[in-house]
Write a protein that binds this ligand. Sequence first.
Ligand code: IMP
Ligand code: MG
Length: 191
Amino acid sequence: MTFEADIERVLFSENEIRARIDQLAGELTRAYADRDFTVVSVLKGSCVFVADLIRRIPIPLELAFVAASSYRDGTQPEALDVIFPSGNEIQGRDVLLVDDILDTGRTLKRLRYEIIERGAREVKTCVFLDKPARRAVPLQADFRGFDVEDLFVVGYGLDFAGRYRNLPYVGALRESVFQAAGDRRGAAPRA
Ligand code: IMP
Ligand code: MG
């Protein structure tokens, strides 16, 4: 048994996600009306979210990508590998940094800082999911889809060990899947 059978329960269905993204896109459209801005999507996790989101924002915008993967091996502090967009995609721009989930906050804090260093005029953050219980650094998203309890979730772009990103809904993964993977769930790259 794999894949859909690995999901303990559905947290946000396709319909719920669609309805919430409509609202969020409305908020963003109002916030960025009459401004030239760049959506910077954090790969890989936010690719599904950003594709749905930008198609509901009917005003001019540009799209850029940043890749960030963190690795936790249980002993070392987390390391973050980052690949940035070219400077001219960032310099002088109003940036909306979009990620799949705000967990400890370390990834967005670092990316926000680095994008400002690269000359962005303003950086705001937008996350599909927010797990406030896990926050390790003080960071709040300017825009967010849903709050989620402290569970490991997959689907709609979010992965476990590289899989489940293509599920069209968000679900909690069964405990047995972590155990089968011999995990420490954080040992897998999380991007
Ligand atoms: P941070 O802890 O806020 O730096 O989050 C880093 C990254 O961890 C996120 O962008 C996700 O890729 C990943 N992540 C955190 N929580 C989950 C989860 O529940 N499921 C899948 N990925 C997660
Ligand atoms: Mg990610």
